[in-house]
Each structure stands twice: as C-alpha cells, then as structure tokens.
Design a protein around this ligand. Structure first.
Ligand code: UDP
Length: 323
C-alpha cells in the first residue's frame, strides 16, 4: 500500500473534499487542522490531529508517527477582505505555518508537498486569460502570503531535496456531488453561498460589490471551478510528484468566467427562487476579472475541469442551503 498523506486544513472546505477523493483512490489521509475555521465532522476518511500550523514539534511528531509519505498543505487563512484589515495575523499564520511545515518535513525526510496557492498571487493581470508566466504582483495581504509561500517552497527546493506542486486556484465553488460534505464558512463571505443564502431567506439581500468595473455588465468576473475538480487535481499533482516529476506551478480553473449578475441568474434558474440583491460599492482588493488559462495543468497533469457549467456547480451547492 502507498504511504499515508498528511492533509493540513483537511477539516476545511477544499481540504475535506480532497480527503474524500484520496480515500476513494485508496489513499489514507491524516488530517492536521486547528479547527479554527474547519469542522471536525467533515473529517471522515482518516484520523484528525488537532494542532496549530506553527507548532513545528507537533507537525514533526505527526509526520513521524503516521509514517507520512507526502503533504498536501491547505491550512491557512483565506479571506481577502479580512487580510486587508489584519495583515499581521495573515503573515503570522500563513508564513509561520509554511515555515514550520518546511522545517518539519526536512527533519523527517519527506520531499513532496502539494500547496494551495491562489490566483490572488497575480494581482490585477495585464493579460487575460491568466497563464502561469504572467508576473505575480498581488494586491492584497492574502495574495502576498500565498506568493511568499511559493518562494519559500522554491528556496527549500534549492536547499533540500524537496519537490512541490503549487496549485493556483481560481474560485472554488460547489460541493460534493454525493452530498456528503459541502461549503460551510463562518463567517460566510463567498459569493455563491451568500447568493444561495439570500435565495433561501437565511440571509438578507446579497450585496453586489461594484457595478462600475470595466466588464460587460459592470460586475467582477471570476472563474468558478468545482471543488470536486480541484480535489481531483490534487490527486493528479500527488501522482506526478510520486512518479518523480519535477516541481510545477499550475493554474486550476475552467478557463471561462462568470460575472456576479450571471451567478445571481444561475442561482435563480437552478433554485426557481428570486435572489434579493442590492448594488453596493466595490470591495477593496478585488481585480475586475480573473480567468484562468488552464492549458498548462492539462499538459502537465492531464487535468481539465469536468464541471464546465455554472448551473451544475450551483446545483451541487444548493442543498447545503436548504434549496
Ligand atoms: N462578492 C459580492 N458580494 C458578496 C461577496 C462577494 O459581490 O457578498 C463578489 C466579490 O467582490 C468578488 C466575487 O464576488 O468580485 C467573488 O468573491 P468571493 O469572496 O466569493 O471570492 P474571491 O474572488 O474573493 O476569492
């Protein structure tokens, strides 16, 4: 049998979907999570170690005790808006976590890391769709922490034997098609859950942040990728590293974008409900349009998103909001 995988942040949204995908592929995930944002009941496919990402000693002990073969590192703070107001906290947790992880894997001799990076590392791109060779110039603290983490991996690769896959997610959305796990953030700040909550009456009208962007309908365009597709991409990245493949930095997106008005329309179509919404000023730190050029992930990993239709992504998320 293949070695176990440490999944940091495995109690969270993308991490828990990745654990399920690992288990389905016959791999055993060991989750390491501080439960500050994740949910213990989303950890169902292996043991849970509750710990802080900055606790190097506990990380090292966990890696050794479970005879871990590779790490998938999700655990981090991940709200753009929050990072603008509390940058020190973001640098502390996200960079401190990566520092402790790199020290711990080096100490026990693990040489493979799959890392959750972000399209936020590109900032406001000067070309669309975004390919991996575009300059990385993040415009908020969250994006800067993800970029520095990529540099840390790069530097560790030079100094040690480490190989890594930095996966730059576009907008993760949807939920497990089998309905076992979903998206539960507290507080919820993401668009699709907030639109669904507005449709179901669990929350007030959704605010549309900015209607004067230079896009066809004036609202921001994002590349929404199904969380199950993201999970599958992590398994392919792990296969790539386990087969001896070299370090890679890859975009994970569908290649097509949807505006906020289009998301609202999709939710209305799928749920048959009206979505109460109001127009609001721009949210600081938001670029007008982020869409991926997904061709490199297709080339290197053979990965393409299976869920290409926004309605299908929304349909999988809707039951989590009673719709
Ligand atoms: N957004 C919005 N209203 C909300 C939440 C988000 O208009 O209540 C917009 C946000 O400004 C961005 C897009 O929806 O343009 C996606 O935001 P989200 O927070 O879901 O993901 P992000 O792009 O920040 O990772």
């Amino acid at each position: 049998t293949k070695p176990k995988i440490l999944v940091t942040g495995g109690a969270g949204y993308i991490g828990s979907h990745c654990c399920k995908a690992l288990a389905k592929a016959g791999r055993e995930p060991v989750v390491y999570d501080d439960l500050s944002r994740g949910h213990a009941d989303a950890v169902r496919w292996g043991p849970l170690v509750v710990g802080d990402m900055r606790d190097r000693a506990l990380l090292e002990k966990t890696l050794a005790e479970h005879r871990i073969g590779a790490v998938i590192h999700f655990a981090a703070l991940a709200y753009v808006g929050e990072s603008v107001g509390a940058p020190e906290h973001y640098y502390d947790v996200n960079l401190g976590g990566m520092t402790a992880l790199l020290e711990a894997v080096e100490a026990v001799g693990i040489d493979k890391i799959v890392f959750s990076s972000s399209c936020a590392t590109y900032g406001t791109p000067d070309r669309l769709p975004i390919s991996e060779d575009l300059p990385q110039a993040p415009i908020n603290p969250y994006g800067r922490t993800k970029l520095v983490c990529e540099w840390m991996l790069q530097d560790a690769q030079v100094a040690h034997r480490l190989r890594f896959a930095a996966l730059r997610y576009f907008n993760a959305a949807g939920a497990d098609p089998e309905g076992e796990i979903g998206e539960r953030h507290d507080p919820e700040t993401h668009l699709i859950p907030l639109v669904l909550m507005a449709a179901s009456g669990q929350a007030g009208p959704v605010k549309i942040f900015g209607t004067d962007y230079p896009t066809p309908d004036g609202t921001c365009i994002r590349d929404y990728i199904h969380v199950d597709d993201l999970a599958r991409a992590h398994l392919l990245a792990l296969d790539h590293l386990e087969a001896g493949g070299e370090s890679v930095k890859l975009n994970l997106g569908t290649g097509r974008g949807a505006s906020i008005h289009e998301v609202v329309a999709a939710v209305e179509r799928v749920t048959g409900r009206k979505v109460p919404h109001e127009l609001a000023p721009r949210r600081p730190g938001d670029p007008a349009e982020l869409t991926a050029d997904p061709s490199k992930a297709a080339e290197v990993l053979g990965f393409t998103a299976r869920y290409r239709d926004l309605d299908e992504i929304v349909a999988h998320a809707a039951p989590w909001f009673g719709l």
